[in-house]
Design a protein around this ligand. Structure first.
Ligand code: SF4
Length: 491
């Protein structure tokens, strides 16, 4: 017998519906495993729930059933009886059916295992979107098992998101340019970014390709461009001369001057030089991101970032002195081996620098990352509890310090289903972030790995992915440009 066969599993039998994704989302939250979809069943390793399944039983079997008259979910005992059970008459159904199926499965698994998650059954949907549909925080808690402090955060954020969207035309287009290279690869990275020192010979052709794509596509686009975000990767990893060529090339395009907002990621402090910042200022760019992720040097070394906390402080102070008016800094809660005290200390020291924006991320663990599961979660509860403490501390401390949450999103692979939240000082919200995350504005992406999306009336969304591999992108950039022109011109 293989280890896989002998390990306990969780099986959810679907009856009368095919909501594989919603069911997988909830199972993944409880087990930390990626479930498989089989004929009429969703099957997962028991992962975090292993200790809840008696060693005599090979599997925990649940049934998620939808009939003409009711929706029910229950644990099926070996005797065929129903264990923990939730039932709803269809006449009382207030949610879309897929959300009710998730709500029930969350309830049953939570009562069976005694485990609860801060966002309850809200997976695969942005909390602020749900807040928009509801009348009160209490309703969110009651329906979706969301913890009251998280419901409050969702409602606060949603109001700010709406205010930003009110000031942005629904027809507007938001442009993203990606430079998927970094000085080294962080061990937790979930992006497609490659190490620039190993790809030195590729960088000039990549810049040429992006500019070619830009110049080919933009003249064919009729929607008014409102914002530009240059991200990555780390755009400032480009050597000074090439960085200047790239930035000059971008801002020589008439469509990209006089925009409402421009933001450039100068993410890694070790890539920032006075000359590169001067190039940005020459083109009127006053908003940048400098992202330490933590100010604990031991953690920075552990995750493979080749800079110190002092490098960040030096870069931040230089940028402020040179005249950048809005600087965002990112922090991550849950970096491997980092204690709550170290995270809280980083946050306090960052607040002392008074950046206009602070974004607090929760560690996400995508397959692309080189971290293995046991490096991230050695024992689930203390680790998840720790992230919870970090996020609660961040939220309270930032709000007390005069920041407010203005956009929020959740990623599937975030530990414990935690959120990422952008905080800012009054009047310094990043429109691009809200537009992008809200799924209410169209985004035109340039560069390898970018995802363009079009928002149609009635909230229909269509997406157009770009080749991820930079060398392939360079080779096929003309095809990518044509694809995007077609994507944005089709009715
Ligand atoms: S700086 Fe960001 S994009 Fe670059 S390797 Fe680290 S996490 Fe990935």
């Amino acid at each position: 017998m293989t280890t896989e066969e002998s390990s306990p599993r969780i099986i959810v039998r679907l009856e009368g519906h095919e909501f594989y994704y919603p069911v997988s989302d909830i199972l993944r939250l409880f087990t930390g495993e990626i479930p498989k979809e089989e004929d009429g069943r969703v099957v997962s390793g028991a992962g975090f729930l292993s200790s809840c399944i008696p060693s005599s039983e090979k599997a925990l079997v649940l049934v998620s059933s939808v009939s003409d008259d009711w929706i029910e979910t229950y644990v099926e005992k070996e005797s065929g009886e129903k264990g923990v059970w939730l039932f709803m008459d269809k006449k009382d159904l207030a949610l879309p059916l897929n959300r009710e199926v998730k709500r029930q499965l969350y309830f049953v698994l939570s009562r069976f295992s005694g485990k609860e998650f801060p966002w309850g059954s809200l997976t695969g949907i942005r909390p602020t979107q749900v807040a928009r549909e509801l009348t009160s925080e209490q309703e969110m808690t009651h329906i979706y098992d969301v913890r009251p402090d998280k419901a409050r955060l969702a409602f606060l954020t949603q109001k700010r998101e709406d205010a930003v969207l009110d000031g942005s035309s629904p027809e507007s287009l938001h442009v993203y340019i990606g430079i998927p290279f970094c000085p080294s690869r962080c061990s937790y990275c979930s992006f497609i970014s490659q190490e620039a020192p190993r790809k030195r010979e590729l960088l000039p052709s990549y810049v040429d390709a992006v500019l070619r794509e830009l110049y080919q596509v933009l003249p064919k686009i009729s929607s008014p461009i409102e914002t530009l975000y240059i991200g990555g990767g780390t755009p400032t990893v480009l050597p000074e001369v090439l960085f200047e060529k790239f930035i000059d090339g971008v801002f020589s395009h008439p469509e990209l001057t006089g925009l409402k907002e421009v933001c450039v990621e100068a993410g890694r402090p070790d890539t920032i030089t006075e000359a590169k910042l001067a190039v940005l200022l020459k083109h009127g760019v006053k908003r940048i991101c400098i992202n330490p992720q933590t100010l604990c040097d031991a953690t920075l070394t552990r995750v493979g970032r080749k800079h110190t906390a002092q490098d960040f402080i030096g870069a931040f102070q230089m940028a402020k002195k040179m005249g950048f008016s809005i600087i965002n800094t990112d922090l991550i809660a849950g970096l491997p081996g980092e204690s709550s005290e170290e995270f809280c200390d980083s946050l306090r020291r960052i607040i002392a620098l008074s950046p206009e924006n602070i974004t607090v991320h929760s560690l996400s663990k995508k397959r692309r990352s080189s971290l293995r599961r046991d490096e991230i979660v050695s024992s689930e509860d203390p680790e998840l509890q720790k992230i919870e403490e970090m996020l609660s501390f961040a939220s309270e401390t930032l709000i007390d310090a005069g920041y407010f949450p203005y956009y929020m999103y959740k990623q599937k692979d975030t530990l414990g289903g935690h959120e990422n939240t952008g905080y800012c000082r009054e009047g310094t919200e990043c429109i691009y972030n809200v537009a992008m995350m809200s799924d209410q504005r169209s985004v035109l992406s340039f560069g390898a790995g970018g995802m363009s999306k079009r928002i149609f009336p009635g909230n229909r969304i269509e997406r157009c992915p770009c080749i991820k591999e930079p060398s392939q992108y360079i080779r096929d950039v003309e095809l990518m440009a044509e694809k995007k022109i077609r994507f944005f011109s089709e009715p």
